[in-house]
Design a protein around this ligand. Structure first.
Ligand SMILES: [Fe+2]
Length: 204
């Protein structure tokens, strides 16, 4: 099944009750951006885009777990019978399709085997061919902080400051620029014109 916005809201609120944090507002902004972009592209469904944006980080309901939120979100949404959302939980961190390109650690939860989670996620990831929703949410994730929309470069610096650089940083950024360029061409408008508050939020 595919969840409604109301159902996504229920899961988001439930998740934030378990693990309060910036990811609630961030998830809503990602949903808002995905919807706004989808509204301008006929082959995309705005409601579906919004739901995927709202739930892409739902794996954070299990705590502050770094990259485990990717596999936790995948498992949670599969358990709910929502494979399309589960897929987004998996793909959103990998504009560059390589398991080692995400910044967070797989070993933040010492009670769990992060290495086997990384391996399994890498296996699942390597068998996927990205669709337009995977790419849409990858872009929107990079456009939204907890405080609102901002320049991609601002969010990238924020992430690198928190986690440190890695060797896949440049290909990851290039892949994100490609998504941005492709969607802007289809929309005929810059994402920064489309999304409200970019200037205020970037330079605040
Ligand atoms: Fe996110």
């Amino acid at each position: 099944m595919f969840p409604t916005i109301q159902q996504a809201e229920v899961w988001l609120q439930e998740g934030v009750k378990r693990n309060p944090g910036w990811w609630e507002a961030h998830s809503r902004y990602v949903g808002q951006a995905a919807r706004a972009i989808a509204e301008r592209i006929p082959e995309l469904d705005p409601e579906k885009a919004q739901v995927l944006g709202m739930l892409h980080d739902i794996g954070r309901r299990f705590g502050v777990t770094g990259s485990l939120h990717i596999s936790d979100g995948y498992d949670f949404m599969m358990e709910q019978g929502c494979p399309e959302v589960a897929r987004i939980c998996l793909t959103h961190s990998f504009p560059y399709q390589n398991i080692d390109s995400c910044f967070g650690s797989w070993n933040m939860d010492l009670e769990r085997d992060g290495e086997s989670a990384r391996k399994r996620t890498g296996e699942l990831l390597s068998h996927l061919t990205y669709n337009e929703y995977d790419r849409l949410i990858q872009l929107c994730d990079a456009l939204a902080m907890g405080t609102g929309f901002c320049l991609l470069e601002k969010r990238w610096i924020d992430v690198v400051m928190r986690y440190g650089p890695n060797q896949y940083m440049i290909p990851k950024w290039k892949a994100t620029y490609e998504i941005k360029d492709g969607l802007e061409k289809k929309m005929g408008i810059s994402i920064y014109e489309l999304l409200p508050g970019v200037k205020e939020n970037t330079f605040a």
